[in-house]
Ligand binder design. Structure first.
Ligand code: ZN
Length: 87
C-alpha cells in the first residue's frame, strides 16, 4: 500500500505511469535530467490512489519536515449540496 507520508512529496508514493520511476524516485525527463515537477499522469494517479485509500474527504498536509493525513481535510472546501426547500 502506498505511503503518502513517507517521502519528500506525497506524489512520490506512486510509480510514475509516464516515465516509469519507482515510488520514492523523482520524475526524470527523457534526457535523464531531473524534472522540476512530476508528470501530470503521476499526480492524477496519486490522487486516485489516495482517494481510494482514504476517501474523498481526506487530504495530505505539510507538517514541519513531513506530511500528515487529515481524514476530514477536504470537507470544508468541497461545495455543499444546496439545502432542499421543504415547500
Ligand atoms: Zn514521471
Amino acid at each position: 500500500m502506498p505511503d503518502f507520508t513517507a517521502h519528500r512529496h506525497p506524489v512520490l508514493a506512486v510509480r510514475c505511469p509516464d516515465c516509469g520511476r519507482a515510488p520514492g524516485i523523482w520524475c526524470r525527463r527523457p534526457s535523464g535530467h531531473m524534472a522540476t515537477d512530476f508528470h501530470q499522469s503521476r499526480k492524477m494517479e496519486a490522487d486516485r490512489v489516495f482517494i481510494d485509500q482514504y476517501g474523498p474527504d481526506a487530504s495530505v498536509e505539510r507538517d514541519g519536515e513531513g506530511w500528515i493525513i487529515d481524514p476530514r481535510g477536504r470537507v470544508g472546501i468541497r461545495p455543499q449540496p444546496e439545502q432542499m426547500a421543504l415547500f
